[in-house]
Design a protein around this ligand. Structure first.
Ligand code: ADA
Length: 541
């Protein structure tokens, strides 16, 4: 349909002392800021915590859908000063359906609080940015419209797919439905009810893979309304402890990546996101773990186009037991998992759904929540792998629940003896012990591993925090992982340095284990990994 983009410069006001409320206070919009954008990356709001009010206006009327591709830490939406809905989860894209009133000029206010809450805790090892992180669009809807379209590969050898249409509300009328794939009509039929599935063959289909990321376009003409989605034809399988993509063996190699930049915070412009992905692809990697929250559509679209495999996860970083075992936390994880799997279902790049980084998976009580979030993902999407990144190692009692066991070990960095001169020699035995502890029928990947290095800090002794030590560790990790067929994937911690706790634990307030600094300048380790992948002739197999 005719989506109107609302990106641009909006009126802005910041209130340090105001909490989010469904009643909009009197606001004096004294300044203006960009959307998408993070108010706490620019003066005079830099580093402040409170509520930012963003205001714009748009000419529209009737029933509308408003889409906001992520905000943080939480937000409330107001239309002509009336409360419309919430964005309770940081980074999660949300859609709002409402009656916009008569055709004409209307006012939209997004109130965003960057205060910590019961889902984003101050101890998370990444900065809680405040702002609108992704694109904002609005569109006028006809009487009958679709909320979601899900395309699933049924048979990658014949190009057979299913298309599931979800109308949000029950439709009694028989609506005409036409499907066009790559501008060719492939189906004529009808729709009634709430959800309906169709099976069809994609003409002249091409498979999607990292080497050849072919995409197809599906246009759905529904009653008097049109919607377009991009999809890829590909299939994931586990055989024994190996991963397979379209019948070929798959090994993952890449990075954890935070959506973080000193100037833009979590609202990175698409040009910079594209530059990040180009670096990863050119280095020879095929994988990113989107640590530790939902991603922007622009990034996933680029991964689809570039053939970069992706792990996307819900926000829930090392949540402590007083929150973890509450019904509220479990419900919010289930809700996030279902939302995410529905919204990003059609991205062929996504191969893994993740949740709750480093949780108490050695505790019997954790099994219930891990199983319920796993099931929640599978209830929406049975075609992808589901897991969480564990740091409970041999003590983890939830490895049987997930599809791939993913561990975050830090040999050579955290688990070093004080008096050791170097920890590099620990890497091989540590990864081997870990591999031996994984259930025999489960694939095993290293979902994080790395060492800190301060950009520009060179040292002939290879001291900790030198670029040399990090580079040596990265080379050894590659040697060990690629020499061990039991390990099906590696994601270094992490792509680039990212803002974190301001005090305590993190030198200069930054998680400095990036292979690049915050401005994406390469440390030695980046070049070492580039060379290693070249020498190995890494092809993702
Ligand atoms: C953990 C965590 C990361 C980061 C890392 C580190 O494994 O998952 O977010 O905090 O440790 O740098 O220590």
């Amino acid at each position: 349909m005719n989506k109107i983009t609302l990106n641009g410069v909006w009126a802005f006001s910041f209130a340090k002392d105001k909490d989010l409320s469904n009643d909009l206070p009197e606001i004096n919009f004294s300044t203006a800021l960009a959307v998408p954008g993070c108010f706490d990356t620019v003066q005079p709001f830099f580093g402040e915590r409170g509520t930012g009010f963003y205001k714009t206006s748009v000419r529209i009327g009737g029933n509308v859908r408003l889409c906001i591709d992520g905000a943080g830490v939480e937000a409330k939406i107001f239309w002509d000063k009336k409360y419309i809905g919430d964005m309770p989860y940081a980074y999660m894209p949300e859609k709002f359906y409402f009656d916009a009133g008569d055709d004409g000029e209307h006012e939209l206010i997004v109130a965003v609080s960057n205060r910590f809450n019961k889902k984003f805790f101050p101890y998370f090892d990444f900065y809680a940015y405040g702002g609108i992180f992704g694109n904002v669009t609005i569109e006028k809807l006809p009487q009958y419209f679709l909320d979601n379209i899900k395309v699933t590969t049924l048979d990658y050898t014949t190009g057979r797919i299913s298309v599931e249409l979800d109308a949000l509300k029950f439709i009694r009328k028989k609506c005409a439905v036409t499907f066009e794939i790559d501008n060719k009509k492939v189906f004529d039929g009808t729709f009634s009810g709430k959800k309906q599935s169709y099976e069809l063959n994609v003409p002249n289909f091409k498979l999607w893979s990292p080497d050849s990321p072919a995409l197809h376009k599906l246009r759905v003409i529904f009653d008097r309304y049109e919607e377009e989605v991009t999809f890829g034809i590909r299939t994931l399988e586990i055989r024994g402890t190996d991963l397979f993509l379209n019948g070929g063996k798959l090994r993952l190699m890449g990075y954890n990546r935070h959506d973080s930049h000193p100037q833009f915070g979590a609202a990175m412009p698409e040009s910079l996101i594209a530059a990040d992905l180009a670096m990863i692809k050119q280095q020879g990697c095929n994988f990113i773990r989107g640590s530790h929250y939902p991603q922007r559509k622009a990034l996933l679209d680029l991964c689809d186009r570039n053939g970069i495999l992706f792990w996307e996860e819900t926000l829930g970083w090392d949540v402590r037991d007083e929150e973890l075992f509450t019904g509220e936390f479990r419900r919010s994880q289930i809700d996030q998992a279902k939302k995410l799997a529905n919204i990003h279902y059609n991205h062929p790049c996504i191969i893994i759904w993740g949740f709750m980084n480093e949780t108490l998976s050695e505790d019997k009580r954790a099994r219930k929540i891990i199983k319920s979030v796993y099931d929640a993902y599978k209830s929406v999407d049975s075609t992808r792998w589901v897991t969480f990144a564990s740091n409970r190692y041999e003590r983890d009692i939830c490895m049987d629940i997930v599809d791939i066991v993913a561990m975050n070990p830090y040999p050579g960095w955290y688990d070093m003896k004080w008096e050791e001169l170097s920890g590099i020699h620990n890497i091989e035995p540590r990864l081997q012990r870990l591999a031996d502890a994984i259930p025999e029928d489960k694939p095993f990947m290293v979902s994080e591993i790395g060492a800190s290095a301060i950009y520009g800090h060179r040292d002939p002794h290879r001291v900790r925090w030198s670029e040399e030590y990090q580079a040596e560790l990265a080379a050894e990790v590659c040697r060990v992982v690629f020499g061990n067929p039991r390990i099906c994937g590696l994601a270094f911690w992490h792509f680039c340095d990212a803002k974190s706790y301001l005090n305590g634990g993190r030198v200069m307030g930054v998680n400095d284990k990036g292979m690049l600094d915050q401005y994406r300048r390469p440390k030695l380790a980046w070049n070492v990994i580039t060379e290693t992948l070249k020498k190995l002739d890494f092809k993702g197999k």
